[in-house]
Write a protein that binds this ligand. Sequence first.
Ligand SMILES: [Cu+2]
Length: 194
Amino acid sequence: MNYREVCKCNFMLPVAMVGYVSSPKGRAARRAAVLAGVALVLTACSRAARPLPAARVLVAEPARRSVELRLLAGETGADAGFNFDGYSQGRLTVVVPLGWRVDVTCTNRSTELTHSCAVVEDLPLSPYGAPLAFPGASVPDARHGLGFGQTARFSFLANRPGRYRIACLVIGHEIDGMWDWLVVEPHVRPRVET
Ligand SMILES: [Cu+2]
């Protein structure tokens, strides 16, 4: 199975334009249809060009001893879309103080593939993903994942120090690069390292 993601912009746009130029009858209607088609294609392929800045990935709420972690699956074209917030293969590290709650919002930005978000043990990568590191540390039905534009939330208590992976548990995705780090340590300030 090919897990890689291909944007269809490059061939859909020329096909639409050829249809317009070669059909002199009903030009106004065709023009409207072509413009709608172009808009649809551009919307479908409108991935962000840059990774999400750290301030938008993690928001700390010290009074509640919690953090809000925002994960946009397939946010950029990095690693063929196999990324969170534009970061893949451990290029993002989220540091959370021991004993704080982590509230995760997971949104799938890919028009091509389902994706999910979970926090798993730092075991060797496999096509089937690693076990969850904390109870509740995953979107529901993570193997199937979320469709385009869908959002799911989950929350867990970071009550065990260590290094874990933020991962997509759709089969084959984590081993294809769709993972980053989550580190839980005592006496640290919550932060993001890229
Ligand atoms: Cu995925």
